[in-house]
Design a protein around this ligand. Structure first.
Ligand SMILES: [Fe+2]
Length: 269
């Protein structure tokens, strides 16, 4: 047990633990390996996004270490989830965030952190995937939960765009949640985009719906740094070209683009 604030060495030790943890899921099955690799690379990129946001917010070194720790551990639940159920779809398996928190508590890996840090990391991991952040969190927890949710979304967009660009045999199947790759979409999902509202995962029927759901995530971003990354990486335009080219879809995409421009024009969230 430890009561002093975490150090760079603690983060290095956690990274070593995470690498060994990923290695423990090594498999000779090519398909499974692709899906595990997606999550390993995703974790590294979420860490990088987290640091960009931390820097933009002017967090101190201590907070940046904690932020990176949350990013490093946010998806540990994905590995046992896939191993047992062969899917990343929580509704067909388990809540991977809750499973991740359980893994962390059972592994004792967090014992090198102080009690406060430990509790914060577990809370942030648990809340990284909820549809809406619950009320009543303390300011510090709220900050890290908001950060990891943004850093995560920013990289899930990358994962998807890479997935769509790959030839079918190279694709990591679990990324698309097993949804049929059809041009059909649900009109109520388009309506949500116009209302600037999030889409429930339970509303999804096709991969097109899922692309629209992901575009709606832009409304849930918490920090201006995150919106700037969306603009820099041209995520809206890159998603738009993967969607069916119809006027109604183009209108919905435009409304998302308008939201981004408004937020960036105003310069603050
Ligand atoms: Fe996750």
């Amino acid at each position: 047990m430890c009561n002093i604030p975490m150090t760079q060495n603690d983060l290095i030790a956690l990274k070593t633990w995470f690498a060994g943890y990923c290695d423990s899921f090594a498999t000779s099955d090519k398909e499974d390996r692709k899906n595990f690799d997606v999550k390993r690379k995703h974790t590294a990129d979420v860490c990088a996004n987290m640091l960009l946001i931390a820097q933009d917010l002017g967090l101190d070194e201590q907070q940046a270490l904690l932020a990176e720790t949350v990013a490093l551990l946010h998806d540990v639940g994905r590995f046992p989830q896939y191993q047992e159920y062969k899917t990343f779809q929580d509704s067909r398996s388990v809540n991977h965030a809750a499973l991740g928190a359980k893994v962390l508590l059972e592994s004792f890996v967090l014992l090198r952190l102080s009690k406060e840090e430990r509790e914060l990391v577990v809370r942030a991991v648990t809340l990284h995937n909820v549809l809406a952040i619950p009320e009543g969190l303390d300011d510090e927890t709220l900050l890290f939960v908001r950060m990891v949710r943004d850093a995560d979304k920013l990289d899930i967009w990358r994962v998807f765009l890479e997935y769509f660009a790959q030839p079918k045999p190279d694709q990591a199947t679990a990324v698309a949640l097993g949804l049929p790759d059809l041009p059909e979409y649900s009109p109520e999902i388009l309506a949500r985009l116009h209302q600037r509202k999030l889409v429930l995962l339970s509303a999804l029927k096709t991969l097109t719906d899922f692309k629209l759901l992901q575009l709606a995530w832009i409304f849930d971003l918490n920090f201006i740094a995150s919106l700037r990354i969306v603009a820099q990486k041209q995520y809206i335009d890159r998603f738009a070209v993967t969607l069916p080219q119809t006027d109604v879809i183009a209108d919905a995409v435009d409304s998302v683009r308008e939201y981004l421009n408004e937020k960036l024009g105003r310069g603050a969230l």
